[in-house]
Write a protein that binds this ligand. Sequence first.
Ligand code: ATP
Ligand code: MG
Length: 450
Amino acid sequence: MNKILIIDDDEWNRVLMKDTLNKEGYKLVEATDGEKGLAAVKKENPDVVITDYLMPGLNGLELLSEIHKFRHNLPVILLTGFGDVGLTIKSIQMGAFDYLEKPINPSQLKTAVRDALELLKVSNNLQNIIPEDISSVLVDNLLVGKTPQMKNIFKNIGRISMNKVNVMIQGETGTGKELIARLIHFSGITRDNPLVVVNCSALTESLLESELFGHVKGSFTGSIRDKAGKFEQAGEGTIFLDEISEVSMNTQVKLLRVIQELEFEKVGGETTIPMKARIITATNKDLEELIKQGKFREDLYYRLKVFTIHLPPLRERREDIRDLVIHFLNKQNKRFNKNLNKIGEGVIELLQKHDWQGNVRELENTILQAIVMSKADVLEKENITLITRSQPVAESPAEMPFKTLAELEKFHIKRVLDELKWNKQEAAGYLDITRPTLNAKIEKYQLSQE
Ligand SMILES: Nc1ncnc2c1ncn2[C@@H]1O[C@H](COP(=O)(O)OP(=O)(O)OP(=O)(O)O)[C@@H](O)[C@H]1O
Ligand SMILES: [Mg+2]
C-alpha cells in the first residue's frame, strides 16, 4: 500500500485531504508543521509528500529542499493559497513534483498523487535538473494567468528552463509568445548569458543568413568588415527566432545543419564556430500545414519542437481578463504617472464579451487608450473602444472582407462581369474558365446585371 505524508498546519485541510485520499486506498500519515514533517519523512518513509507552503517554521519550499537532501527523488506536491506565477515556477524549478492551489480540488489532488506515484515507479524524476543556485530566480508576477491552461504553461516553463531543450511556442498574434521566451531564458540556466532575438520575417534570405551566422569581410557587396552573427552573440544563452515559418527553404537547410552538427561557419568564411545556444522559436502559423504544402522541412520542425508550448488565444481564457486589466493598469499608471485604481461597473463584463482577435496585445492597447482618455481615477466603460470585426486588427484573418473562398469567388466574378459589361465570352476568357462553368457560377451565386 502506498503511503502519503500530509503536512499542513490547518486541520481542516488535512481532514479534507485524508478523506479524499483514504477513499483511494492509500495509507496516510500527517504532520502539522515543517519540522515535524521532515521528521516524519525520515521515520515513515512515505512514497509521496503533500505539503502546505505557508506554515509556522519551515515553509514549503524550505522543507522541499530539506526533504530532497535526505531523499533525492521523493515526489513532493506543494499546496498554497497564494497562486502566483513566481512561486509556481520556483517550486517546479526546485524540484516539486506538482503544485496545487487552495482551496484544494479533490479530483486534482487525486490526479496529482496518482501521477506522482507513477513517476516514482518509472523513477523518471525532475529532481535531477535542479540547479545549485536557485536563489536569484527572478520571476515575479510578470506573466499574468490563473486559468488552468496558463498555470500548466508556467509549470512547463519551470521544467524546461532548467535544461536546454529547444522550445517552440505556438500561438496567435499577441498571445505573449515573446514574453514566454523571455521568461524561459531569464528564469533558468541560461539567465546569465545573452538572449538574442531575431525576427525572421523582417529580412531577405541573404540578409537573414548573414544576420544569423555572421559574415567575413568582402563576402558580399557592402560587407566591409567581419561581423559576428546572432548564433555567435547568443553564446551559451538563448537565440529566439521569431516567426520561424518565414524562413526560406535554403536557410532551413542551414539551420538544420547547425542544430545537427552544433557548429556553423560565417557567410564567406571557413572557420567553424561552435553553437551552444538554446533555440526558442515562435510562430503564429500552423507549421504542420506548411509541411504538408512543402514549405517547411519536417526534419527541422521536429528538431525545433523538442518541447512545444501552445499559448491559447485570450478568448479561450476569459477568466484571466480581470487580472490582466489590473496588471496593465498598474503598469501604465507608472508609465503615465496616473493613478487609475478603480474599475467601473460593467467594464470587466464588457471586456470579457469581446473576442480579442489581437489577444493580450489588443487588450493592453485598449486599456492604454482608456487610461489616456480618462480624467478621473476610474477605468470607465465610456473610454473603452473595442475593435469590432468590421474594423479588424492588423494581421488578423478578419482583416479580409471575406471569410470563405466562395464569398471571394462570388465577389471576383461579379466584378469581372461588371467591368466587361457582362460580355460572358470575354469574362470567361479573362477568368480562364469555360462559358458553361461561368454560367453555372452565375446561377450558383445568383449574379445579375444591375
Ligand atoms: N500573460 C500575460 N501577462 C502579462 N502581459 C502579457 C501576457 N501575455 C502577453 N502580454 C503582453 O502583451 C503584449 C504582446 O505580447 P507578445 O509580444 O509576447 O506577443 P506575441 O505572441 O509575441 O505576438 P506576435 O505574434 O504578434 O509577435 C506584450 O506587451 C506583453 O507584455
Ligand atoms: Mg512576437
